[in-house]
Design a protein around this ligand. Structure first.
Ligand code: SF4
Length: 330
């Protein structure tokens, strides 16, 4: 399958557009101007039940809905878009709304370390043993979750980006911190980066001088949003080979897979992708926040966890969603 994304600019090309009312289409435009919106052909064709709109959990997971903004903000953006105002004025006003949505929850800025007098944007060191690394090429996702707590990274509010390019700086930082045993690659979705880039970050960590790094974790939603990353993307085999190399070097590689609903586990593509990843010796652990309108009942969690265990995955984290973005809706 070739990847095709849908955003607020081209979603009217959706083959399923006739399943949406004019009010729902307007909501995608209005809310999609404030919060990031991206879905893709796999999500749209294989995960969403278009006979169950707007209540389908995966539709709610990736498509903006009117209730995701307060009435006051929704009306303000509608008026702005209809006013024909200068795009710079519109952008400015929309950024003011974004700043009211708590774009930097839980004081993430304070986790950015100072190293040799410089702030290392792209690293967060919030637990003694674990360093979070945000590869700059992985600061996007195959689709965007409407509840995302890192949404400002996708809206062009660049001062809020936690990203850096230099693998060298990460490696230098880790060499100076021998108490760190875990590195977590996160994003966005680090697996949107190609295998060559991921190797440049990861392979040096397999050498002797990094023997204190025992566990490498990769947080990713690719299994749920684009399992073809591990099946037919042109570097799918190279990526799996890299996973295998990490395990062979004696490091524990944990794939922190982000699944929010059992529907994400039911396609043939995701099951084949899970099998391929597990065959590399990688452990897949799962995580999700608890979300109203998506998974806020025990039956959904029970079904999701049972299916995950059956597929050889380890249910690992249940989160409380962060106080940001469309928090009132979720
Ligand atoms: S996969 Fe994670 S980072 Fe990407 S949009 Fe969803 S919650 Fe945000």
């Amino acid at each position: 399958m070739n990847y095709k994304s849908y955003t607020r600019h081209n979603f009217t090309e959706l083959p399923q557009i006739s399943n949406l009312s004019s009010e729902q289409i307007e909501a995608i435009r209005v809310v999609g101007n404030v919060l990031p919106f991206k879905s893709n052909n796999y999500v749209v064709e294989q995960l969403i039940d278009w006979n169950n709109i707007p209540d389908d959990p995966i539709f709610t997971l990736t498509f903006p809905r009117k209730e995701m903004l307060s009435k006051q903000h929704y009306d303000k953006v509608t008026n702005l878009l209809q006013s024909g105002a200068d795009p710079r004025v519109v952008k400015n006003e929309i950024n003011k709304i974004r700043l009211k949505l708590n774009p930097n929850p839980a004081g993430q800025e304070s986790n950015i370390p100072l190293f040799e007098g410089e702030k290392l944007h792209g690293i967060q060191h919030k637990y003694r043993e674990t360093v979070l690394f945000f590869p700059s090429q992985g600061q996007t996702c195959h689709a965007y979750c409407t509840f995302c707590f890192r949404w400002p990274q996708f809206t062009g509010m660049s001062e809020l980006k936690f990203a850096m390019k230099e693998a060298a700086l990460l490696h230098k930082y880790l060499l100076k911190h021998p108490k760190v045993s875990d590195v977590l690659f996160t994003g966005g979705d680090p697996l949107t980066a190609n295998a060559r880039i991921l190797s440049a970050y990861t392979e040096p960590l397999l050498s002797k001088e990094f023997s204190h790094i025992q566990n490498i974790r990769v947080g990713s939603k690719s299994l749920a949003y684009w399992p073809y990353r591990f099946l037919t993307d042109k570097d799918a085999d190279d990526l799996l080979f890299l996973f295998e190399k990490v395990s062979r070097a004696g490091k524990h590689l944990a794939f922190q897979a982000h699944f929010n609903h059992p529907d994400e586990l039911m396609t043939d593509a995701v099951r084949r992708a899970i099998e391929r990843i597990r065959n590399t010796g990688t452990q897949i652990r799962t995580q999700s926040p608890l979300l109203r309108n998506i998974n806020d009942n025990p039956e959904t969690w029970s079904k999701m966890w049972k299916e995950q265990v059956r597929l050889g995955l380890v249910p690992y984290y249940m989160f409380v969603a962060r106080d940001t973005g469309s928090k009132a809706f979720f």
